[in-house]
Every structure is written in C-alpha cells, then in structure tokens.
Design a protein around this ligand. Structure first.
Ligand SMILES: Cc1ncc(COP(=O)(O)O)c(C=O)c1O
Length: 394
C-alpha cells in the first residue's frame, strides 16, 4: 500500500522529500477504525520543530495552536521549548494547563472577546495583537499596560491559502494606531503580518518583508521604539508540489528578515501548518463509487470524510491533498471526490478531478496524506450526525 494518488499530477506517484510517513501508514494498516481518524506521529512534529528552529535561529517559535491543538502536540512542543500563538481563551487555557509559561504565550487574534482579554491579562499574558482603534481600547481596558503589536495588511504573495484581507490594517494606518496605543497606556512594541498560509517558496516573502520594513523604518524614525517583529506563519507543507526543506526555508526567511528590521531584539515566528501537517495522516474509507450517467467521464467517489468533518481546506480546491489506496497496481481514472454529508457544498475536488484506481470499491481504505494541520481543528461537531474527526497520537 504505497501508491500516492496525486491529484495534481493525474495519478503519478509523488514522494515527500522527508518521508517518515511509513510509520503512520504501517500503524493505519494494522488498525481498525470506526470513524475517520487523524493519526499524528509525535517524532515528526519534533523533527519539524527542530528543523524550523535550526533555520529560524534567534527567532522564538510561537506555534499557532489553531493548526492542531491536540494535547500531546502541545506537551511535546512545550518540552522542545516552543512558545505559543493563541487565538482564544480556550487555546490559552489549553497551553497553560499543560504547563506553558504565560510569558511564552501571545494572544494573536485581532478579534478578541473582551472577557478573553481580561482572562489572558489575569493569567499573566502580556503580549496582544491589534489592527484597529476599538481592539486597542478593549486591550487597554482589560489588559492595562500590555504590550501590543500592530498587524499589517500585506499584499497577496501567491500563497495557496491567502490570509490577506480579513486581518491587519493598511500600512499607512500603523503609525496612528501606535500613537493611539500609547495614549491608552499600552506599549506599542512591534509589528506583525502573515504572508499567507502555504507560501511554497521562501523567496515569495521578499516583497512583503520590504513592505513591512518600510513601516518599521518609518515608525522608528517617528519615535516609536519598536523592538519586536512577528513574521507570522506561512511555512509550507508537502502536498505534492515541490517545497524547500524547512530548515533551509526558515533560514532563507531569516536571512531576509535580519537586515530589514534594525533594532528588532525580538523576532517571533508562528508556524502552524509547517509544524504539524506532515506529521499526520487521515485513515478514511470509501463509502460509494457511482456515475451520474452511462457516459459520465468521471466517477463520483464519496468518502466518509468531507469538508465538514476535517477537510475544510479543500474549499476552492486550495489545498490539494494526496490520497493513498491499496490498489497500487491498478489503472486509474478521473474522479470527483465528495464527502458524506447531505450538503451539496461537501464536494472536495471537482474542478480538477483526482485520478483514482478503477477498481475502487465501497469499504476500501483511503489514507489522506500530510493532513496534520487544519483538519481536526476544523471538523464540525455532529453535522449530519457524523462525529468530529478522531485523533490518535503515536
Ligand atoms: C495569527 C496567525 N499566526 C500564525 C498562523 C499560522 O499560519 P500557518 O499555518 O500558515 O503557519 C495563523 C493562521 O491562520 C494566524 O492566523
């Protein structure tokens, strides 16, 4: 069972550059699952952390908990020395409960519940993100005197999963917001941005870094003594298209960061996907194979997992997962892949069909590769009565 059905390459076998996947595949083959299950391999998370850290050098890694909040992952990362980027009280409580130091947790969501800010402040968290006046006012009220960094809106970089519109302020607003933070008794210490998730090549950061460096220079020239740059996430995972190895990628990014942010004694990076995606595979099952008409070119393959049970990142077919079947020697044909729910939006890949073995049957095991990030944390609770994605850590 080792043929990767690569949706991008029409069924050609593709192998990851750092393939420890056989441990997970072996485990899945030996195990019976009642429901779709994400199997996460601890050692791969540790390996990714160490590789990213080696490349990032003096930067502190704040793991983006949202990518995969499984307890064992957080525990392992605490032991490795990681810090954490939290999006909510729930994530903060998770990290604190497992022993993370409050000084190692940043509250990076720019849209925070006031009571969550108060909770974080009470728990000893001192670093908060903001991108507008109202958020600064909330922070000043509920976490007086806190350090804040201003999140900037940056141009699209070509990331596969862009985050460019919802968060951040226009670069020209940053100075006013820092001034406002000061008036409110907060400490404006730095800037943050996100190049977009799954930015496949380090070189794609350059333009964004230039843009942010301009804001940095202007802020410092106008009297803001900034000392912290938060470079966010964007570190890629292997989904079939070539990516650079994590250490080399991170080192290239840092080589571009260093000359651009003079005075930045603190550099933060917030990898999510790059930390955990390659550490997980989903054991799933084919529920049905059908054709809509006699002369249909594509078969419809319905899996027991879909957009609402973990594969939300197939939205717009942005993230192209790889599938592994037990029919490695069979010829393949194009398939439209869909989830099990009674919702017509629950189609995974249709614009670019996936080559699947011709003999695929109901009950066949499917392994979905490199999906340790943004799957379990996206899965709905009980939509159509399906349980949320189970997680097993090995
Ligand atoms: C503030 C923040 N930091 C980091 C991340 C992680 O990004 P990635 O998974 O691309 O590393 C995200 C993802 O949404 C984010 O919102």
């Amino acid at each position: 069972m080792n043929a990767y059905v690569n949706p991008l390459a029409g069924g050609d076998a593709v192998f990851a550059p750092f393939d420890t996947s056989s441990v997970i595949v072996d485990y899945i083959r030996r195990t019976t699952f009642d429901h779709p299950t994400l199997v996460v391999h601890r050692d791969t998370v540790a390996r990714q952390y160490r590789a990213l850290k080696a490349g990032l050098g003096r930067a502190d890694i704040h793991y983006a908990v949202k990518a995969n909040p499984t307890r064992e992952i957080i525990e392992l990362l605490i032991a490795e020395g990681s810090h954490f980027d939290a999006a909510s009280r729930g994530e903060i409580e998770l990290c604190l409960g497992l022993g993370a130091h409050p000084a190692h947790i940043s509250f990076g969501n720019t849209v925070k519940r006031a009571s969550d800010i108060a909770f974080a402040h009470g728990a000893g968290i001192t670093l908060f993100a903001a991108d507008c006046d109202m958020e600064l006012e909330k922070i000043a009220t509920h976490a007086p005197g806190a350090e804040v960094y201003i999140r900037l809106l940056v141009g699209a970089t070509g990331a596969d999963w862009p985050l460019s519109r919802k968060f951040g302020c226009a670069p020209e607003m940053a100075g006013d917001l820092m001034g406002r933070a000061r008036e409110l008794g907060l400490k404006p210490v730095g800037l943050s941005f996100h190049v977009g998730s799954q930015t496949r090549r380090a070189e794609m950061w350059r333009e964004t870094l230039d843009q942010v460096a301009g804001v940095w220079a202007e802020a410092r020239a106008t009297g803001f003594d900034l000392d912290m740059i938060n470079i966010g996430g964007g570190f890629p995972a292997f989904y079939g298209e070539e990516i650079e190895a994590p250490q080399a990628y991170a080192a290239q990014v840092m080589a571009m960061v260093e000359p651009r942010f003079p005075g930045a004694t603190r550099v933060m990076a917030e990898p999510g996907r790059g930390m955990v995606a390659e550490a997980g595979m989903i054991a799933a099952e084919v529920l049905l194979v059908s054709r809509k008409s006699e002369d249909d070119i594509c078969r419809w393959v319905y899996l027991d997992i879909g957009k609402f049970s973990g594969l939300a990142e197939t939205m717009d077919e942005a993230i192209r997962y790889q599938f592994l079947t037990e029919r490695e020697h069979e010829a393949t044909g194009p398939c439209i892949l869909a989830g099990p729910s009674c919702d017509s939006a629950d189609v995974l890949y249709e614009k670019r069909p996936v080559a699947m073995p011709l003999g695929l049957q109901s009950g066949d095991r499917i392994i979905i590769r490199n999906c340790g990030a943004y799957t379990s944390s996206y899965s709905s609770v009980g939509f159509n009565g399906f349980p949320p994605l189970e997680v097993v850590v090995i």
